[in-house]
Design a protein around this ligand. Structure first.
Ligand SMILES: NC(=O)c1ccc[n+]([C@@H]2O[C@H](COP(=O)([O-])OP(=O)(O)OC[C@H]3O[C@@H](n4cnc5c(N)ncnc54)[C@H](OP(=O)(O)O)[C@@H]3O)[C@@H](O)[C@H]2O)c1
Length: 269
């Protein structure tokens, strides 16, 4: 029997998941239910024919094996009220909502089988990284099934301890924004030195791509890679001295730890 998947909230993340499943034939379009409240999005989704599109939660949800919750965290309580009446015990719930604990989902839905995942936006290109954890009592076979689905959006790690999802949120969930921030300011420095926007972007983006591949392919530590670019009294050293004088290292670490704390606050821990 074909596995049937329903996605509730078909915005950026919900559709990144939907499209990845379709791309790897993990579900067929007729077995993929897209529940989207937003009228405009709903119309666009209907014409794209990427799945069966409906506007609100309905009893037909009971025929789906997996229900993915991909609405914004602040929309969960309202959704839970409608959803509670339209799910059955056998079904698996996978939440990708930031900061909503398994316990809270279980309580609001009166449902035990909950898996919680924290993806990131490169999932849209199949290059995401997702941390996930699960409630007790879900079979290994079901967990593997969900892991295979998540892996269609990139890679994943299973975490025993749900609390580590706050760290995942701070590191890889928010991580793309840290990277964009650094890239943005490198491009701005390029502009100040006289490059036009396009040239500055090309120089910076190709540098980041090449450096990323060196991290993965050179048998050197990060310190050795830094040393390989920095000669004594040279240009890189001059830049790094300013970074260190201003404690950029501490600022980066402090920012990420603050993000973790914020994630904990949002989940009410
Ligand atoms: N973006 C990230 O980097 C990231 C990373 C990890 C996890 N997440 C999580 O992913 C979730 C979705 O984020 P997103 O960026 O994809 O949000 P989004 O683009 O706003 O998509 C959510 C969609 O769900 C719709 N919706 C709200 N209530 C609904 C309901 N009761 N039934 C059906 N549809 C409903 C929204 O409609 P309206 O617009 O009309 O409200 C919206 O179209 C969030 O919980 C977020 O925490 C995001």
């Amino acid at each position: 029997m074909m596995f049937k998947i329903a996605i509730i909230g078909c915005g950026n993340m919900g559709m990144a998941f939907a499209r990845s499943f379709l791309q790897y034939d993990l579900v067929s379009r007729e077995n993929l239910l897209l529940v989207e409240k937003n009228k405009e999005r709903c119309t666009i989704l209907k014409s794209a024919k990427e799945g069966v599109v409906i506007h609100t939660v309905s009893p037909e949800l009971k025929t789906y094996d997996l229900i993915i919750l991909a609405v914004k965290p602040q929309d969960f309580d309202e959704l839970a009220t409608e959803l509670k009446e339209n799910i059955i015990d056998d079904q698996l719930i996978l939440s990708i909502m930031a900061g909503i604990t398994i316990k809270r989902i279980q309580e609001r839905l009166d449902h035990n089988a909950v898996i919680r995942a924290m993806p990131n936006t490169p999932a849209m290109l199949g290059m995401g990284i997702t941390g996930f954890t699960s409630a007790e009592g879900i079979s290994i076979a079901k967990l593997f099934k969900v892991e295979n689905l998540i892996n269609a959006t990139g890679r994943s790690i299973y975490l025993e301890d749900e609390k580590m999802l706050d760290a995942v949120t701070a590191l890889s969930g928010s991580g793309p924004a840290y990277f964009y921030y650094f890239v943005k300011h490198m491009i701005e420095a390029g502009r100040k030195m006289g490059f036009d926007e396009g040239t500055a972007q090309l120089l910076v983006k190709q540098t980041m791509l090449g450096a990323y591949h060196l991290i993965n392919n050179a048998e050197l530590s990060l310190d050795e890679l830094i040393a390989a670019v920095s000669s004594k009294g040279g240009t890189t050293e001059a830049a790094l001295r300013i970074f260190n004088q201003n404690q950029l290292n501490d600022i980066i670490e402090e920012g990420i730890l603050k993000a973790e704390m914020r994630s904990r606050e949002l989940s009410g821990q």
